[in-house]
Design a protein around this ligand. Sequence first.
Ligand SMILES: C=CC1=C(C)c2cc3[nH]c(cc4nc(cc5[nH]c(cc1n2)c(C)c5CCC(=O)O)C(CCC(=O)O)=C4C)c(C)c3C=C
Ligand SMILES: [Fe+2]
Length: 426
Amino acid sequence: MTDQSVPKARTSADDNIGRPRTADGISRRTLLGTAGATGLVLGAAGAAAGYAAAPAQATPLSSLGAGRAMFHGKHQPGITEGLQARGHLIAFDLTAGASRKEAAALLRRWSQTAERLMAGEPAAHGDTDVARDAGPSSLTVTFGFGRSFFTRTGLEQQRPDALAPLPEFSSDRLDKARSNGDLWVQIGADDALVAFHALRALQKDAGSAARVRWQMNGFNRSPGATAHPMTARNLMGQIDGTRNPKPDAPDFDRQIFVPDGGRPSWMANGSYAVVRRIRMLLDDWEQLSVTEQEDVIGRRKSDGAPLSGGTEATAMDLDRTDKAGDLVVPVNAHARVTRPDQNGGAAMLRRPFSYHDGIAADGVPDAGLLFICWQADPLRGFVPVQRKLDRGDALSQFVRHEASGLFAVPGGAAQGEYVGQRLLEG
Ligand SMILES: C=CC1=C(C)c2cc3[nH]c(cc4nc(cc5[nH]c(cc1n2)c(C)c5CCC(=O)O)C(CCC(=O)O)=C4C)c(C)c3C=C
Ligand SMILES: [Fe+2]
């Protein structure tokens, strides 16, 4: 087993219970929860409730389709679950006529829809049938608030200090139109149609209250494609996610989530998402030899092991030298430079999607990473590490940050509550 990067999934209404993914990409706990004692029954019942007209044989849920995350809980879904095969990120701006009241109604509608769809049920009104016949497929929907939301709704007093604009990094090439936004929605699912279905339902729910500011579409390896490596690869071919904080580590919650009693109080058990659309300059990258590529990261491409030796899970020996006396993990290697112990303890949970939007106007692939990282405080997570990368690690010349967002993602909604209710009605 590797030093597994894929965190846990939510399988109960009020807690996150870890779920290492099995070789087919499905959590045993999820299977137990859905396909086990009650799960397949729940899945079938959910489907039957929504799609009663479909013949029974039209909904043969595979183990993939049966995967289900819970909407209600301590934290919102979509943070600690394993990576899903499909993702959509959408930012909305409130429309001119919309105020706090309309925003509250929108979050209520969105929460109701998310809860239904995550249970494999159709949207309450005008369902499009796109996910008909499919199970929940590990769908998660996550909602966040951008800095501008608080100005638009007159809630400046409630705005977290942690939503201060990210510093401008010298290497940034940011498109403002595809950055930030009043509201942010992250959708993930292991089935493309299930993810698209949720996207359309949530867009329609926005009605006249909010309009789409930007949308980005991403993907990861499909569950079942391989048993090894368990950690995902990115579009540069690297195993990416090895050293993510582990949910069972003692300081995981402190690093990733705002504590009970944290400020502002409505953010208790919430987290901050930094979203960066990072273009990979693949034509340049692919000209490097594998050895050169490995020196850029400091890890082997084949299995993710540190260049100092061992397996993916082996601790990196930062001081090891070769016969010539040179460090085997170069001093500017990305995996050396980004380590918490090189950045005053800065830690973040990376949960990205890859993206590919064809060939851009500059004639090279518009492809890269929808880098999403989660932390209790971006000033103690993303910012110090990106400051260091901005000064130039070995990877910097092969990537370009083209869009950026920072969002406050409140804790999970309790039963009967909608996401953000403590902010909007507090
Ligand atoms: C500011 C934070 C980071 C950005 C931006 C970033 C971009 C980025 N990273 C890769 C590929 C890899 N990153 C790896 C490790 C790693 N990266 C960050 C942070 C950022 N990366 C951290 C905190 C770490 C872990 C450091 C540690 O604790 O050891 C790795 C190595 C494997 C792993 O641990 O995940 C790879 C590969 C790309 C391609 C990229 C931008 C496109
Ligand atoms: Fe990285």
